[in-house]
Design a protein around this ligand. Structure first.
Ligand SMILES: NC(=O)C1=CN([C@@H]2O[C@H](COP(=O)(O)OP(=O)(O)OC[C@H]3O[C@@H](n4cnc5c(N)ncnc54)[C@H](OP(=O)(O)O)[C@@H]3O)[C@@H](O)[C@H]2O)C=CC1
Ligand SMILES: N[C@@H](CCC(=O)N[C@@H](CSC=O)C(=O)NCC(=O)O)C(=O)O
Ligand SMILES: [Zn+2]
Ligand SMILES: [Zn+2]
Length: 373
């Protein structure tokens, strides 16, 4: 029998600290305070870098005005210690941090309509733990949390509700990617759009998120899956994952929505924006079939950017929706997605294109921007 260890010591460890917008991350020694009541301290063993980290680092995120901050939200780790009243995890458990928690008590959780648990959203958006303080310091300065996760640190502290306990057989250096990009794309197809068998799908942007939409559409037996990307290097992996048609918008003179509508007898049943480009979001909506086509926005657009289309597009039956973390409830559903990976029903390994030590994290951002697979 094991006894859950309750922590009282502050840990010193390495973190990649963002001191200000558009600056390289700086490797620093930071202090990580013990977990408070209802909190858990996790030793992070692996993390992905996501375009949303880069977006916030660029200074274009309206919420990203907090410096210094420890970014990162796609991690995998092991519980190091737990605070008072924590009951659902214990030291040694393998976990994935959740940027959308699941408290099971708030209005959103109880609605059965959304995964957007909002119980800690306000403090999380201000880089704070629910008690309005931070657990990180560096050089005597308070350091902010990011998306409630801060996985670019060797240890992090999260609310218990922001942790998904997973099968300890799952390699953390792979399943960390289920903490954001893969789950987001896959879930947008199977949950948000609820793609139906024999349907047609177009995925705009075939990076990690778009490729995962393709996996979701394949899982739902879509008949035709268009991979749409301005970077033809992306088509090889899109094909491996099950896309059937490949479109580079720069090969056409007409607007890409017109091209797709002509190729599909009136438009797609489902389209997905996985670029964050508001022009692409419009094209994706307008590529949908009149009367029933659904377009799902997944990409994150910069501060101040807005979407537009003729209202007639909606009057005539197209539906515009958004999706965060693929509509997935992290504590209830993410462990099952990890099992799908272990049972070879979900591809994850292919997404790991590079591996870096924490000291090389700026190279990881460069590799992500290069977009090479
Ligand atoms: N809603 C949510 O919960 C989440 C949202 N996101 C967001 O999803 C988006 C996608 O993430 P990710 O897959 O990692 O991004 P990537 O940059 O890896 O993928 C986007 C792809 O779209 C291509 N592209 C760029 N412009 C166009 C265009 N006009 N038409 C077609 N393709 C284009 C890019 O090409 P190139 O490389 O040449 O630019 C790239 O291949 C980001 O905005 C990210 O912030 C991520 C996770 C969760
Ligand atoms: N802070 C941004 C919004 C960023 C955003 O949309 N985040 C997504 C996840 S993106 C992951 O890589 C999300 O889940 N949003 C839901 C939420 O509650 O934040 C802005 O203010 O524009
Ligand atoms: Zn992300
Ligand atoms: Zn909740």
């Amino acid at each position: 029998m094991t006894t859950a260890r309750k922590a009282s010591i502050t840990i010193k460890c390495k973190a990649a600290v963002a001191w200000g917008p558009a600056q390289p991350l700086s490797i620093e020694e930071v202090e990580v305070a013990p977990p408070g009541k209802g909190e858990v301290r996790v030793k992070i063993l692996a993390t992905g870098v996501c375009h949303t980290d880069a977006y916030t680092l660029s200074g274009k995120d309206p919420e990203g005005v907090l410096w210094p901050i420890i970014l990162g939200h796609e991690g995998g780790g092991i519980v190091e210690s737990i605070g008072e009243d924590v009951t659902t995890v214990q030291p040694g458990d393998h976990v994935i941090p959740l940027y959308i928690p699941e408290c099971r008590t708030c209005k959103f959780c109880k609605s059965g309509k959304t995964n957007l648990c909002s119980i800690v959203r306000a403090t999380q958006g201000r880089g704070l733990m629910p008690d309005q303080t931070t657990r990180f310091t560096c050089k005597g300065q308070k350091v902010y949390h990011y998306m409630g996760c801060s996985t670019f640190c060797q240890y992090t502290v999260l609310p218990e509700i922001s942790i998904s306990k997973i099968n300890s057989n799952a390699p953390l250096d792979k399943v960390c990617l289920l903490g954001c990009g893969i789950t987001t794309g896959y879930g947008a197809a199977v949950n948000t759009a609820d793609v139906q068998p024999n349907s047609t799908v177009a995925v705009f942007g075939c990076g990690g998120v778009g490729l995962s939409v393709i996996q979701g559409a394949v899982a739902r037996n879509a008949r035709q899956i268009f991979a749409v990307d301005t970077n033809p290097k992306k088509f090889e992996f899109a094909k491996k994952l099950g896309a059937t048609d490949f479109i580079n918008p720069t090969d056409y003179e007409k607007p890409i929505q017109q091209v797709l509508v002509e190729m599909t007898d009136g438009g797609l049943d489902y389209t997905f924006d996985c670029t964050g480009n508001t022009g692409v979001m419009r094209a994706a909506l307008e590529a949908c079939h009149k009367g029933w086509g659904q377009s799902i926005i997944i990409g994150v657009a910069g501060a101040g950017e807005e979407i537009s289309t003729r209202p007639f597009q909606l009057v005539t039956g197209r539906v515009w929706k958004g999706s965060a973390f693929g509509g997935v409830k992290g504590r209830s559903e993410l462990p099952g997605i990890v099992e799908n990976y272990l049972n070879k029903k979900l591809e994850v390994d292919m997404y790991v294109t590079h591996e870096f030590k924490i000291e090389e994290i700026n190279k990881a951002f460069e590799a992500m921007h290069e977009g090479d697979w």
